[in-house]
Structure formats: C-alpha cells, structure tokens
Design a protein around this ligand. Sequence first.
Ligand SMILES: Cc1cc2nc3c(=O)[nH]c(=O)nc-3n(C[C@H](O)[C@H](O)[C@H](O)COP(=O)(O)OP(=O)(O)OC[C@H]3O[C@@H](n4cnc5c(N)ncnc54)[C@H](O)[C@@H]3O)c2cc1C
Length: 457
Amino acid sequence: MSNKTVRTRSADSHSQPWHNWSRTQACTPAFVHQPADAEGVSAVIAAARADGTTVRPLGAGHSFTPVATTDGHRIQLDRYSGLVDLDTDARTATLRAGTRLCDIPGILRPLGWALPNQGDVDPQSLAGAISTGTHGTGLGFTGFAGTVRAFKIVTADGVEKHCHPGAEGEAADLYRLARLGLGVFGVMTEVTMDIVPAFDLRADEHREDFEELRTSFVDRCREVDHLEFFWFPGQSEALVKHNTRTAPVQRRRATPGSIRHRLGQARTFVDEELLGNMGLKAICEVSAKFPAATAALNKFATNAVPERVYSDEAHRVFVSPRRVKFAEMEYSVPLEAAPEVLDEIREVLQARGIRVSFPIEVRAAGADDVPLSTAYGRDSAYIAIHRYFKEPYRDYFDLIEPIFKGYEGRPHWGKLHTLGRADLAQRYPLFDEVAALREKVDPKGLFLNEHLRSLFV
Ligand SMILES: Cc1cc2nc3c(=O)[nH]c(=O)nc-3n(C[C@H](O)[C@H](O)[C@H](O)COP(=O)(O)OP(=O)(O)OC[C@H]3O[C@@H](n4cnc5c(N)ncnc54)[C@H](O)[C@@H]3O)c2cc1C
C-alpha cells in the first residue's frame, strides 16, 4: 500500500466515525487515504481489490445523500489540489480534482479568469461538485458538470484514463456518459473545465409579491443573468436575489467607515445573519419549540431583510456561508413547469397545515448534454425544500416529493430523495447506457455502497 496512505486510528478495529455536513449520513471507514497523486490513488484501489472491500471517494462531505459513505477504503484528495494548466485560447483551466471551490477564485482571478457560475456555498471539492451535478442559477449557464471538457479518472483496474471528446474506446465512453458519475466509475484526478474572463456582479436583493414572482419566473429567467428567490411557505412575499454580470473592477478591500464597508456589513446581515447564521437559527429554534409561532416568525424573517444593491467580485456575491444545519431535498423540473409545481406545493402545505421555518429556494439552469445531469436536455428550474436539522424532515419531504415526481422531476444527486434505479431510468434517457458502462468498467462493484447499488444495479 502507498506510503502516502493515512490510516484512521486503530483502523483494523475501532476506526473513527464520520458524519456529513448536515448530519443526515454517518459511517466508519476502515481506512482513510489522502493520496497526493494518481499513483497513490491506484495503490489504494489495488489494496481494496486485494482485500475484497470497496473504495469511496469523499470531497467535502456536503452531500445530504449517502453517496460518499463507506465501511471500506475512503479516498480524499485534499492533498491533490491546485492548477495544472490554463489554456487561454480554449478558455479552459485544468485543475486537480481535490481543489476546493473556495480556492479557485484565488487561483483564477489574479490571472484574469473565473468560473462561469457558482452555487450558494464553496467548501465543496471540484470532483464532488461535478459528480453530483452541483449548480447555481442562471439560464445562460449549466451546472459544474456541463462545463467539463476533459477529465482524468483512475478506474477499478488502477489505470488513470484521460477522457475527452477525441479519446478512443473506454475513455471516450467515460467522457460521453460519466462526466457526472457520483464516483461510481472511479476516482477523478484532474478536470479541464470552461472558464470565462473575470467579472463582477451587481446584486439586487429585494422583496417581491410571491404570486407575481411565481407566474413571471420563467420569462424573467430568460431576461436576466442570475435570478433566484427564497420563499417562506405561507408568506405573500419572497426574497429575490437578482445578480447582473458587469466588468471587473479593481478594489481595495474594505476599510472600517468606508461605504463599501457599510455595504459589506448589510450584506453580512442578509446572507450570514438571516439566511446563513444566527438570525435563521434563532427563528428555527423558536419555531421548533413553538410551531404555532412559525407563520409570524416567517413574516418577520421576510420583512427583516433590508432591500439592497451592491457590487463585488463574482464569487463573493454568488457564495455565502451556511452555518445553520439543515436537511435538503431539491428537484429539477422542466423550466416551464415551475409555476405549477410551486402552486401545488403552496396548496398542499396550506391544506395540511405544515409549518416550515426554512425558506424554499427557487433557481434555474440551462440545458446540458451530460447524461446524468438533472438538466440533461432541458432548461430546468430547481426547487429546494429544507428543514432545520433538529426537526424531523421525513413528513415534509414525503409530502412534497410526489409533486416533484409528477412533473418529470429529477432529484439532485447530493440531496435527499427516495428514487431507485427504475425511477431514474424513466427520467434519464441514457440511464441504462450509463449503468451498462458502470457494469463494464467496474463489474465487481469496487466503487459501490448500498445506496449507489440501489441506484445503478
Ligand atoms: C450548505 C450546502 C449548500 C449547498 N449548496 C448547493 C448549491 O448551491 N447548488 C447545488 O447544486 N448543490 C449544493 N449543495 C450540494 C453539494 O454541492 C453537493 O452535494 C456536492 O456534491 C458536495 O461536494 P463535496 O465535495 O462535499 O462532495 P461529497 O459530498 O463529499 O461527495 C459527493 C460525491 O462526489 C464523489 N466524489 C468526491 N470526490 C470524487 C473524486 N475525486 N472522484 C470521483 N468522485 C468523487 C463522492 O464519492 C460522492 O459520490 C449544497 C450542500 C450544502 C451542505
């Protein structure tokens, strides 16, 4: 086994328990490895083959589903991160797969480049974000997997393959079918992905009438760069975040007392104190103890957010910390279906008197050609429901999931859902082809766990 391997303390007997960010999944890997190169990854795979166990790659553990859990060998690529190559003509960057999203702006921005789009948070690893279809909002943009132009992956035979459109044989199949692969095809080691010239965002955060927003969302998504909204169920207004792309400006970072500093403080309140941190936590805590107060608290939360316009470097606007733990289910539905889906959700929550202290988040992304992408072949709306981690989520999620399913919904691979292989094959035209390639590349299921087996076998 590679001398770069790190074993958990007493790995052969009482190895260390692990849980994911949201505490919805837990496991105890027998071994934890942090290889610093592809050879180290191959060595771990050889060891797992030899001892007849399994391998699961882990990124930042930000998935809500058990996609990364294992009682076998865990591989983390935190020691395998950073820029490999920047091709300004092709407008691509090649990054090591363990690179955290939060480190990418620090790499690209000084060189005049940026990721085309980002989601709400950035602790995720690049491979983890790609492998579950992580996305932001904006119809002119795809999720991370849609921006992948090539990747390297170490498969069950221990060989690193370079997968790109011009490759041949298995590498070509892997490029076509497995850019988004939940780590069931092997361990990604490098990714070549689209980049764009560095840009800033002008953020416009305000309240709007929910009904008008619901009915106009589809048209408005086509007119603007990045639109999303948060709606506390039962409220007549929603919180809108509308970001417009602008040319990059050189900034001196904030000094106390400057206008920028004051804007920064206000933004901190919206993103960190309300949606991400203590304000929402307080609301969730009170609501969990006194459910009858939920509607009033939700109204307070909606009205407490100051309306604001500000500009900053793109990644600073896209991303904000989420320190209040929650469980989440998110489905993509065909874009045009979003108003009806939201209407049904509102109706069912009203009818059942379900009180929820976490907002519903609504976003959009453009169609892509990645077979397991939730936006494969269709412009998509993303509707996410959340529940504070101290409250049971099952009843709420069980109530809403059939609505998503009724509109050809495809669940985010990293967020809670109850679908199995037959459901997935109905929703993804190439699912059987993807599953057959998985079987061919990894016939012994070296990269499967119980959850992934239920999806692919
Ligand atoms: C607070 C919070 C906010 C979020 N916001 C968003 C959002 O805005 N948009 C969105 O779409 N999602 C969002 N998510 C979901 C999250 O982006 C995804 O679940 C993502 O996969 C997490 O990345 P990770 O690095 O933590 O991967 P992990 O959860 O650790 O792993 C995810 C999958 O990737 C696989 N994997 C990891 N590394 C490799 C590798 N090297 N090779 C092959 N496979 C690998 C794992 O085996 C697993 O199957 C959010 C989650 C949280 C907790």
